[in-house]
Design a protein around this ligand. Structure first.
Ligand code: SAM
Length: 230
C-alpha cells in the first residue's frame, strides 16, 4: 500500500509513522508513506495556504490552489489514489471501513486546518469524507494517522499473528474478552482460576460469556440477558 498524506505539519506526524506497527510495515516493504507539505504548492512568495472567508466570519479557510496543485502533482507522479478528506461532516470511521481500505493500493489523505477547506476543493475531486466522531479537532493529522493505522495493520503479514486481526473487537458481533498475563496475582488481584485450569473448552466458554457481557454493557443492554443461555 502506498499512502500520501497532504499536511501542513509533516514533522509532527513523521515520528509516529516511523514507529511500531507502521514503521515495521514500511520496513517490511508492505507499506510506503509519503508526507507532502502542501504549502510547497502555494503560488505566492509568502507561501500562503489560507485566507479570510468570503461573506465574513471567524478564522481562516484553506485556499484551493495549493491543494489542487498538490493532488495533481502526486497523481501525475504515482497514478490515481483513493482520496480521503478528514472532516467532522464525513462518515464516522469504523472497523469495517478499515478492513475495506486495507485492500487499497493507493490512499491519499488530506488534513485540514483552521476553519477547514474552500468548498471547491470538495466539488472538484472525488473524496471519501471521513470523520473520527462528533467532536472538533484542530487538524486532520490525527484522523489520517488513525485511519491509516487501522487499515495498515490489516494488510496481510503486517501483524505478527494473523489471528490477532480476526479475534478482536468489531471483527465479529462481540467485543474482545478480558485478557490476563503474568503475574498470577498482583496487589491482591488474582487471575480468574478458569484461565489457569488447562480446560480449553471451559476457557473458551468463559471468554465468550465475558465478551457477551462486555458487548451488552457497551450497547446499554442488560448484561444478565447476555449470559442467560449459558
Ligand atoms: C478546526 S477543524 C474545522 C472545523 C469546521 N470549521 C467545522 O466546524 O466543521 C480543522 C480540521 O480538523 C480536522 N478535523 C476536525 N475535527 C475532525 C473530526 N471529527 N474528524 C476528522 N477530522 C477532523 C479536519 O481536517 C478539519 O478541516
Amino acid at each position: 500500500m502506498h499512502c500520501v498524506i497532504l499536511t501542513l505539519f509533516p514533522e509532527a506526524i513523521r515520528p509516529y509513522l516511523d514507529e511500531s506497527i507502521l514503521g515495521i510495515a514500511q520496513a517490511q516493504g508492505k507499506l510506503r508513506v509519503d508526507t507532502v507539505d502542501f504549502r510547497n504548492y502555494a503560488c505566492d512568495p509568502h507561501r500562503t495556504v489560507d485566507d479570510r472567508p468570503f461573506g465574513g466570519g471567524p478564522g481562516m479557510v484553506l485556499k484551493p490552489e495549493p491543494i489542487f496543485e498538490a493532488v495533481q502533482d502526486v497523481e501525475r507522479t504515482h497514478g490515481e489514489f483513493h482520496k480521503i478528506l478528514l472532516c467532522p461532516r464525513g462518515r464516522t470511521f469504523d472497523q469495517r471501513r478499515a478492513r475495506e481500505l486495507s485492500h487499497c493500493e493507493r490512499l491519499l489523505f488530506l488534513c485540514g486546518r483552521y476553519e477547514g477547506y474552500d468548498e471547491r476543493i470538495r466539488e472538484n475531486h472525488t473524496w471519501e469524507e471521513i470523520s473520527l466522531g462528533d467532536f472538533v479537532l484542530a487538524g486532520g493529522e490525527l484522523g489520517a494517522l488513525v485511519v491509516l493505522e487501522a487499515a495498515a495493520r490489516l494488510i496481510p503479514g503486517v501483524l505478527g499473528c494473523a489471528d490477532s486481526a480476526v479475534l478482536e473487537s468489531f471483527e465479529g458481533e462481540l467485543l474482545d474478552y478480558p485478557q490476563y498475563t503474568r503475574p498470577r496475582e498482583y496487589r491482591g488481584m488474582a487471575v480468574p482460576d478458569i484461565l489457569l485450569s488447562g480446560d480449553h473448552a471451559a476457557v473458551a466458554r468463559w471468554r465468550e460469556q465475558q465478551a457477551r457481557v462486555l458487548t451488552a454493557k457497551k450497547l446499554g443492554a442488560d448484561p444478565t440477558e447476555a449470559t442467560r443461555h449459558d
